[in-house]
Write a protein that binds this ligand. Structure first.
Ligand code: KIV
Length: 282
């Protein structure tokens, strides 16, 4: 492929420019294979730290390390050519100081080659977001329900029912946008609040359990494909039941191996097993 015809990756400014237009389509990807399969359909692939729960069976995202995020980010970049790829900063890699946030984000950018990083938090993270963006690291914000703060929040619940809580989340969203985030995820808030924030902030809001009015939507791929079935949040729509298909394939394989129906000579080398008959197209 010549340089001129090479597919161009969707850039961070292009995502920001989608504010108020055609919704920004985002999904998570943790592996090269998933990235290959989704790259054409989405605008943004997020290498989310949800991989700790979905791939590694952890109880929360807190055990995810920077090295894990870098390895999965590299895998996703190998499989993706077109989507804007963003990598989550894991718990403990950015909260201590804006300097350590820069060091760890720069490592992610260098070693993964992604377009930016995502971090959780509002007003309290604004200074860090400004520090990163002013030094060339695009930041996707994340407000509302913050999975990395599960222990201080005392669990997961939808947010923004009370006036005080809703006002605090609006302040968070404004602070994240003012600090220079190119877009922000709004997770697990009541619908009118996500709608209100979308009308206030100048950058795209990407909803998950938020509102159809958001400027974009994101889901965890293993949720929408039915691969992850430990629990199904209200905001997930299943577009496939791959988990069921994989379990069924495994059962059938086990049955055939035990009954010596697989493999047949057709699957062996150095045998004269009949090739499948050609189908007459007429
Ligand atoms: O970690 C993740 O996958 C996320 C998305 C669900 C927004 O943060």
């Amino acid at each position: 492929m010549s340089v001129a015809t090479k597919l161009k990756r969707i850039s961070v400014p292009q995502i920001t420019a989608m504010k108020g237009g055609t919704p920004v389509v985002c999904l998570t990807a943790y592996t090269s294979l998933t990235a290959v399969l989704l790259d054409e359909s989405v605008d943004l692939l997020l290498v989310g730290d949800s991989l700790g729960m979905v791939l590694y069976g952890m109880d929360s995202t807190l055990g995810v390390t920077l090295d894990m995020m870098i390895a999965h980010g590299q895998a996703v970049m190998r499989g993706s050519k077109r989507a804007c790829v963003i990598v989550d900063l894991p718990f403990g890699s950015y909260q201590e100081s804006k300097e350590s946030a820069f060091r760890n984000s720069a490592r992610v950018m260098k070693e993964v080659g992604c377009s930016g990083v995502k971090l959780e938090g509002g007003v309290e993270m604004a200074e860090t977001i400004r520090f990163l963006t002013e030094r060339g690291i695009p930041v996707l914000g994340h407000v509302g329900l913050l999975p990395q703060s599960v222990n201080t929040a005392g669990g997961f619940r939808s947010l923004g029912r009370g006036e005080k809580e809703a006002a605090a989340i609006v302040d968070d969203a404004k602070a994240v946008a003012d600090a220079g985030a190119f877009a922000m995820v709004i997770e697990g808030t009541v619908e009118p609040l996500a709608r209100q924030i979308t009308g206030i902030v100048p950058v795209p809001t990407i909803g998950i359990g938020a509102s159809p009015a958001c400027d974009g939507q994101i889901l965890v791929t293993e949720d929408l494909t039915g691969l992850f079935s430990d629990f199904k949040p209200k905001f997930v729509k299943r577009y496939a039941e791959l988990g069921r298909s994989i379990a069924e394939a495994g059962r059938e394989y086990a049955e055939e191996v035990r009954a010596r129906r697989f493999p047949t000579l057709e699957h062996c080398f150095g045998t004269k097993a009949a090739k499948p008959a050609k189908v007459d197209p007429s």
